[in-house]
Design a protein around this ligand. Structure first.
Ligand code: TTP
Ligand code: MG
Length: 355
């Protein structure tokens, strides 16, 4: 099924917030960051960008380019508050929201919660609601995958929207300078130029093997991206409600010995997932699907989180005793739920200026 992905990105985010809150800064070249000797521009208002002032530029350079530039110190708590508001807006349209930083996120609106149906209309509504809630503008990119949606949100910035339809993707990407490919930084671009690769069309002419040889794993990404292929799902940044693992047997099983062995194997995989998710669950659930596709499940809730492999195996085996083994079984699954998810790392860490 063709997905509908929207990428939203606030315009000159920190600088726009400062212009919003200090009317005397509106219409003027503004940089957020330190003006001092070793200061760096975090971002610049669009008025300042006309002079060539950019993010991550030393402030001294910025002042040389634009002597009338006003520097404003950053107010992270205010940006975080705005970020919270735009995320609330996103969640009204879809649960599938993947924030990338304070000011940008991917949304999968293949099935939008409002029943709008059109991703383009949804993007318009989101931009409208962001403006109403924050008095700030954002830009939107609409396409069928994350790679294209992200490129699209830059096309008509600021306060704009661009759509790349599936049938337009090939031509669009062939004409696109490689520097504008998400994931192609300065260094990679230079390397591509030296290989005679300037546009998507040039990139498309290179074989997968050659790209992998030159760029390693990324070569594979470029190969698919230039063909408009990007299957990465939008990964919601929400605490998960459960973690589970299951196996469908190549041959149906019926004895409790066979199923106990399966419990051990599935529990080991489940344990790995639990560790990866840093989750602790109080409830263990065993799921059995018979060969006739009927499903039964049994759960047991403990007073303390179940964290040991042996405990999961023990509880699942106990639960198996309450399941009738009068028919062949084709699938066995184990899950834990009622999660206590450990505090996740703050993803909104300040971007480093080293790149
Ligand atoms: P961006 O979305 O990259 O930039 P922007 O919102 O300022 O401008 P645009 O209209 O082009 O989207 O980054 C969002 C915020 O992140 C930006 O306002 C400030 C901060 N930031 C840094 O602190 N350092 C950086 O190097 C960059 C790129 C951004
Ligand atoms: Mg932005």
């Amino acid at each position: 099924m063709v997905r509908k992905i929207i990428h939203i990105d606030m315009d000159a985010f920190y600088a726009s917030v400062e212009q919003r809150d200090s009317p005397e800064l509106r219409g003027k070249p503004v940089a957020v960051g330190g003006a001092g000797g070793r200061g760096v521009v975090m971002t610049a208002s669009y008025e300042a960008r006309k002079f060539g002032v950019r993010s991550a530029m030393p402030s001294a350079t910025a002042i040389r380019l634009c002597p009338e530039l006003t520097f404003v110190p950053s107010r992270m708590d205010v940006y975080r508050e705005v970020s919270q508001k735009i995320r609330e807006t996103f969640y009204r349209f879809t649960h599938l929201v993947e924030p990338l930083s304070l000011d940008e996120a991917y949304l999968d609106v293949t099935e939008d919660r409002m029943g709008i149906g059109s991703a383009t209309l949804t993007a318009d509504k989101i931009l409208g609601e962001i403006a109403a809630a924050t008095y700030l503008t954002a830009s939107a990119g609409v396409s069928y995958n994350k790679f294209l949606a992200k490129i699209a949100s830059d096309l008509n910035k600021p306060n704009g929207k661009a759509i790349i339809l599936p049938e337009q993707a090939a031509t669009f990407l062939e004409r696109l300078p490689v520097r504008q490919f998400h994931g192609v930084g300065k260094v990679t671009a230079e390397k591509m130029y030296s290989l005679g690769i300037r546009t998507g069309a040039d990139l498309k002419a290179i074989s997968l093997e050659a790209l992998i040889q030159q760029f390693g794993k990324l070569g594979c990404y470029y190969y698919h991206a230039v063909r408009g292929i990007d299957e990465r799902p939008v990964q919601p940044d929400r605490p998960r409600k459960s973690v589970s693992a299951e196996t469908t047997f190549s041959e149906n099983k019926q004895t409790s010995e066979e199923l106990c062995e399966a419990i051990r194997q599935v529990a080991e995989r489940l344990m790995k997932r639990i560790e990866r998710a840093e989750a602790k669950g109080y409830t263990v659930t065993l799921k059995i699907k018979y060969a006739d596709f009927e499903i039964v499940s049994r759960s047991l809730t403990q007073s303390r989180p179940v964290t040991e492999l042996s405990a999961i195996i023990g509880i699942a085996s106990l639960l198996l005793e309450s399941v009738e083994l009068n028919r062949p079984v084709r699938l066995l699954g184990i899950g834990i739920s009622k999660l206590e998810v450990e505090e996740s790392v703050d993803r909104d860490v300040q971007l480093s200026f080293d790149f």
